[in-house]
Design a protein. Structure first.
Length: 385
């Protein structure tokens, strides 16, 4: 088995400090250090491609650039990297979304993956004209994915659902290959949608015992539908040649957190309707810096100033590889990773951790011809700073 690794495109800006945003958390001023220009994001994407990441996640929301437009432009500056594009059902018709995905596949040579985000915050949804409550949004997501998937199969569809209606819906050209659908959610109704419709269920970086519970839950629901799904996890990483160097970097990031910003972010996240966000917020226990390592090498400090993914794997390259193996043993096959700044951290992980996993037969470069010819800007174990 070869594990799959994806990176992240920081379309809300990048920095040597943690950039906040999402789930009620405001984007922090440090996001202006490296604006999310096409040139900079393409630099990250090319690095990820060379290092052996299969794809790159792009977020969605008012706090970042639009995922579809940005990845369409960045795709022109890469050759093989796939784009895990965040899409919110309800903001665009399912027929148009299916058509957009089909076009993206043809124009990029099949490099689209879809991350379906139902939307956990009603106040943000209302800003886009969506006034459904959370459970209704998930029911709409189920109808949306039913329509999209049948269109991708070349069917002509009539559907009169609770929230969506289409008549004689069809695509002139179906996508080849059909994009895989990624999806996350911790509420009961989210589990139902995942079991019926998705290819990869994503969880945020909770401790292994909690992740194991989620995997068992979704597997059971999917089996009841006669289906199976794969599993992925969303984490930040801080990996260095030694554990001491990695934790020094984590503490540097922590020292840069302004107490007023932390208080403001936590107040916003406390109002979140997202069950997953509530689980993330509970992990850091109010911000005691001496209690942020919630499992060996799993650090909850990022969640003090950032909504969504709030945990990081922190340690030496060997330690981080061991934690990845621990998650893989539970059934996690795909890892969606990020780190601040995203360009440098891609190299730390790609040059430090991936070769160790390769040696152990857990990973192989998906683009071997790229690996053999890639220009490595940070040779040996020297710091990329």
């Amino acid at each position: 088995m070869s594990l799959t690794f994806h990176w992240f495109l920081p379309t809300n800006g990048d920095s040597r400090h943690v950039v906040g945003g999402g789930h009620g958390a405001p984007a922090t001023a440090s996001g202006r250090d490296r604006p999310p220009t096409v040139a900079y994001l393409s630099q990250i994407a090319r690095a990820a491609e060379d290092l052996g990441f299969v794809g790159a996640l792009t977020p969605t929301g008012a706090w970042c650039e639009d995922a579809w437009l940005t990845t369409a432009m960045v795709a022109q500056h890469t050759e093989r990297l796939k784009f895990l594009v965040a899409l919110r059902p309800g903001f665009v018709s399912p027929t148009l979304a299916a058509q957009m995905a089909s076009t993206f596949q043809r124009q990029t040579g099949g490099r689209l993956l879809l991350n379906v985000v139902t939307g956990g915050e009603s106040h943000e949804q209302r800003a886009y004209g969506d006034f459904l409550d959370k459970d209704a949004r998930y029911r709409r997501t189920g109808e949306f994915l039913q329509i999209v998937r049948e269109l991708w199969e070349g069917k002509t569809i009539d559907l009169h659902g609770e929230h969506l209606q289409v008549v004689d819906a069809a695509l002139a050209r179906v996508p080849d290959p059909v994009p895989e659908v990624y999806f996350g959610g911790s509420s009961p109704i989210a589990g139902e949608v995942a079991a019926r419709h998705v290819d990869v269920y994503l969880t945020w970086g909770e401790p292994p015992a909690q992740v194991a519970e989620k995997i068992a839950w979704i597997r059971k629901l999917a089996a009841e539908q006669g289906r199976s799904v794969r599993f992925g996890i969303r984490l930040h990483v801080i990996t260095r040649d030694t554990a001491e160097q990695a934790w020094a970097e984590a503490n540097r990031l922590l020292d840069g957190f302004d107490p007023e910003t932390v208080a403001s972010v936590q107040a916003g996240l406390a109002r979140s309707e997202s069950a997953g966000q509530q689980r993330m917020t509970a992990l850091h226990g109010g911000g005691n810096r001496h209690a942020l390592e919630i499992h060996p090498n799993l650090w909850a400090g990022i969640g003090l100033v950032r909504g969504g993914a709030g945990t990081a794997l922190v340690g030496s390259h060997d330690e981080v590889a061991e934690r990845i193996k621990e998650y893989a043993a539970l059934g996690i096959e795909e890892f969606v990773l990020s780190g601040y700044p995203h360009l440098e951290e891609a190299y730390w992980f790609g040059e430090g951790v991936l070769p160790r996993l390769e040696t152990q037969g857990l990973w192989q470069h998906p683009f071997p011809q790229v690996a053999s010819s890639a220009q490595v800007p940070f040779a040996g174990t020297a710091s990329p700073r």
